[in-house]
Design a protein around this ligand. Structure first.
Ligand code: KG4
Ligand code: ZN
Length: 404
């Protein structure tokens, strides 16, 4: 096998166009992310048609920048990896089409990577980069099974990830029945007149409120009763048989979003949210790019308490179910990844709980928590070693599942 070990990763599944060069799944030579936040912010969410258009504009310069920053050319690469799902069909196709063309023109193998597996490898990449090696030279990151919580704007999934001879296998343990945790952050932020994406706003404002002020509760999910044994018709349900999963490890975040809405209506906080939105984003005096201080100046203590309580409840639910799943599976290693893994309260409470229970918990670097291509190139490395290459008819699979 040729020896540079360099893989170019390309990611375009949602609203970030990203490219990165990673060596042997362990050393990041470059990671370039062109965010479309400015395009989608005014709509309060990702508009698929606009996403495809922005990916088309960005993909060539972003790949060029990734190669230039890594100080390599296409001729130095061993392979090209691209996200083939899950995600927005049109957005995925932009990355796939360009990756295919580059691979074909340069005689390089193409590797298809599941976006969710990519998120898990964002943590493994971090661990491999610490350059600890096992007895056979394999990174210790690739030796021990782990429970992975992938928690982002599109997913809240728990996987048992098991390494076998360097390849990773995934079994779905739990997931959300409706909204993803990040989606709840985004919707609550929108409701409160804060910016998009909502997670970072809520993260930054929550520290100024009382997390115990509003006692949000998550009810226990009874799948058998609720589903009568059949999969529900939610968009997430297309990808896995919910009825087969232990209800203790299922999540549901649409209820808390409604509970926040009720609280806002009951306490007449809507006018405040409207004027906050106006002041921060649409008014004549709106700052060009509002800062946390700008937002803080627009929040009454009651709103800050609501924000802190919402975040505390969501993090608490993620924590409770993840550690319960780890204990029930007898797994002593937890990986938490995806955009919501950037959340400070989440990192602090997961770290404290892990040390209390004497298990390990790891996160990606902050930059690699949200969508990026270094995680795609890292996830492709074991596939490259195993010679698992994509066929020339590779296409986008918007509802691609991991570990059914
Ligand atoms: O992984 P990601 O970039 O894209 C998806 O695959 O969805 O995750 C984006 C999500 C958004 O919902 C965003 O609000 C959330 O991650 N997020 C956060 C934080 N940073 C991003 N949620 C909570 N706290 C944060 N600091
Ligand atoms: Zn993602």
């Amino acid at each position: 096998m040729p020896g540079s070990g360099l893989i170019l990763g390309i990611e375009s599944s949602c609203d970030e166009t990203a490219a990165a060069v990673v060596e042997r799944g362990a050393r990041t030579l470059s990671s370039v992310v062109a965010s479309q936040i400015a395009t989608h912010a005014r709509y309060g969410g990702v508009v698929p048609e606009l996403a495809s258009r922005e990916h088309l504009r960005a993909v060539v310069p972003v790949v060029r920048a990734a190669l230039a920053q890594a100080g390599v050319t296409l001729a130095d690469l061993d392979a090209i990896a691209v996200t083939n799902g899950p995600g927005l069909a049109g957005a995925l196709l932009v990355g796939i089409t360009y990756a295919k063309a580059l691979a074909f023109a340069n005689g390089l193998p193409l590797i298809a990577v599941n976006h969710l597996e990519g998120h898990i490898h964002a943590v493994l990449l971090n661990e491999r980069s610490l350059e600890r090696s096992g007895p056979d030279g394999q990174a210790t990151a690739d030796l021990e099974e782990a429970l992975a919580l992938v928690v982002s704007g599109g997913h809240t999934h728990l996987y048992l990830a098991t390494p076998t001879d360097g390849s990773w296998h995934y079994a779905l343990i739990g997931r959300t029945l409706d909204d993803a945790a990040g989606e709840a952050f985004d919707k609550v932020a929108k409701l409160l007149g804060l910016g998009y994406p909502g997670g970072p706003w809520i993260d930054n404002l929550a520290i100024h409120g009382n997390p115990k002020a509003v006692p949000f509760a998550f009810s226990h999910i009874k799948t058998k009763l609720h589903l009568a044994g059949a999969a529900p018709r939610t968009k997430a349900a297309k990808t896995a048989p919910i009825a087969a999963l232990d209800p203790h490890f299922l999540f549901s975040f649409s209820g808390i979003k409604t509970a926040v809405l009720r609280y806002v209506e009951l306490h007449n906080l809507k006018p405040e949210a409207e004027s906050r939105r106006e002041a921060l984003f649409t008014g004549i005096d709106a700052p060009v790019r509002p800062t946390v201080e700008d937002a803080l100046a627009q929040c009454e203590p009651q709103t800050l308490d609501l924000i802190a309580s919402f975040q505390h409840a969501v993090v608490g639910d993620l924590l409770k179910k993840t550690f319960a799943a780890a204990e029930s599976l007898g797994v002593r290693r937890i990986l938490v990844t995806g955009g919501v893994a950037a959340n400070r309260e989440l990192r602090a409470r997961f770290t404290a709980e892990a040390s209390r229970r004497n298990v390990s918990v790891s996160f990606p670097t902050l930059a690699l928590s949200t969508d990026n291509a270094a995680m795609i190139a890292a996830a492709a490395w074991p596939r490259y070693v195993a010679k698992e290459f994509a066929k020339s008819d590779l296409s986008a699979d918007p509802s691609l599942a991991l570990g059914r």
